[in-house]
Design a protein around this ligand. Structure first.
Ligand code: PNS
Length: 159
């Protein structure tokens, strides 16, 4: 049986923390769909097209990763690509409540879809797109936090 996972998120923008989960997920699942979704509590800096473009650039060397977007519920997207797993990264205890809420909601919506968590590498346990944007905004060094393509995109956003 082909194992297909969906790795959802805002990815505004993708960081080395996301990339770590995607890379490791691609070793566990036959196919990983990285999907840019709308998080109604966030106000994105990058357009969906820009975010997709950046994800495509930094995952180009991972053959079983596909990049997509969807307007609607994550479980509906998962069904549309025959994925039975949602892949999420966990950084610290502080992520737990938020992730539990999303996971429980998705289970209510469709209990055939399982959520699979991977602990982020220790070196990225503090990392988030928001913190990267904050540092980039004030010209701080983000070289260790995001791939060069993303660093370039952030620099030009805040120029
Ligand atoms: O990277 P994020 O912002 O933590 O990702 C959250 C995301 C986009 C995965 C979540 O908001 C989501 O699944 N949005 C799509 C709408 C949906 O399915 N909502 C119900 C579950 S919360």
């Amino acid at each position: 049986m082909t194992s297909i996972a969906v790795c959802p998120g805002s990815f505004d923008p993708i960081t080395y923390g996301h990339l770590d989960i995607i890379t490791r997920g691609a070793k566990v699942f036959n196919e990983v769909y990285v999907v840019v979704l709308n998080n109604s509590s966030k106000n994105p800096l990058f357009s969906v097209d820009e975010r997709i473009e950046l994800i495509k650039k930094v995952t180009v060397d991972i053959p079983n990763v596909k990049v997509d977007t969807f307007q609607g519920l994550l479980v509906d997207y998962a069904k549309s690509v025959q994925a039975n797993t949602i892949l999420r990264g966990l950084r610290a205890v502080s992520d737990f409540e938020y992730e539990m809420q999303i996971t429980s909601m998705n289970r209510v919506l469709d209990d055939d879809i399982e959520t699979f968590f991977m602990m982020t590498n220790n070196q990225y346990s503090f990392l988030s797109s928001s913190i990267v944007k904050e540092v980039a905004k004030y010209n701080g060094n983000i070289t260790e936090l995001v791939p060069p393509e993303v660093e370039k995109a952030l620099t030009s956003k805040f120029k």
